[in-house]
Design a protein around this ligand. Sequence first.
Ligand SMILES: Cc1cc2nc3c(=O)[nH]c(=O)nc-3n(C[C@H](O)[C@H](O)[C@H](O)COP(=O)(O)OP(=O)(O)OC[C@H]3O[C@@H](n4cnc5c(N)ncnc54)[C@H](O)[C@@H]3O)c2cc1C
Length: 270
Amino acid sequence: MLYEFRYLAPKTASELLSLMDSEGPDCRLLAGGTDLIPNIRVGVFKPKLLIDVKRHAGADRLSYGNEGLSIGPAVTINDVLGSREIREKYPVLCKCAHELASHQVRNRATVVGNVVNASPCSDMAPALLCLDAQAVLRSKNGCRTVTFRDFFTGVKKTVLTQGEYLESIKIPIASAGSTGRYFKLKRIAGHDLGIVGVLMTIKDGQRRFAVSSAAPTPILVDNIAAKDSPEEIVAKVLGAVSPISDVRGTKEYREHMIGVYVRRLLGEVK
Ligand SMILES: Cc1cc2nc3c(=O)[nH]c(=O)nc-3n(C[C@H](O)[C@H](O)[C@H](O)COP(=O)(O)OP(=O)(O)OC[C@H]3O[C@@H](n4cnc5c(N)ncnc54)[C@H](O)[C@@H]3O)c2cc1C
């Protein structure tokens, strides 16, 4: 059940920071609301104020230049799928985006909201991990940049501290041209959270894997050598994850399917 809370939509980033500072832990940031509102409904969060991050100038900026790609806090999953530059330069972002929920949810859901929610089954995290993306975090005290390898700290936990917001996601130019494929195992053929998800990317002969729904955080496996056999690679990926049994699948089923997907990706992605 929803209860009464205030809603404000600052027009500048500095106004947003001042509000966060003055309201402290009683406020929460609102992007698409597809994680936040269900959590408010079931009482996980009880904010007195929602601060909309979508309305200030530049929040919806999705730009590609000499330094790479920059994704603002209001950029939705469908914005990613609609970007010609992303399709050409960072196609694995689209592969993962396409697997996230339904078209309707993707119209509201943001990339930033997806990573701040920090679910082990996040569909955007595997692409961001493999592409060496970074989170730019801002507070009234300044700005810091954290790689996604270090961003997730546990189930629904990140390095974000009180008073900090995720201002943008940067993907370096060096990762442009990385190709790959994402397999997501679901209980149904339609949209569903993943039982397990495995992304493989390849750039200049270097293969990387990222796995979702198989550990407290999405996992990057980047210690694959060119000489490794398929079975050695499967062992490396399985060595990096720690799946559990839950309502969506058992630990054994997840491990088995990770092996199936890794072998299939090695055969299909050249
Ligand atoms: C029906 C349904 C199906 C779904 N299926 C999938 C799926 O298949 N795969 C998947 O990965 N996810 C799925 N989700 C989860 C959700 O849609 C995604 O995680 C989405 O990307 C969240 O983005 P949002 O903009 O809605 O975030 P919000 O709900 O607005 O925010 C999420 C969290 O991030 C915080 N936040 C938002 N913006 C910022 C910011 N700039 N700085 C700091 N904190 C911020 C909020 O306070 C909140 O805690 C599903 C959700 C629903 C309702």
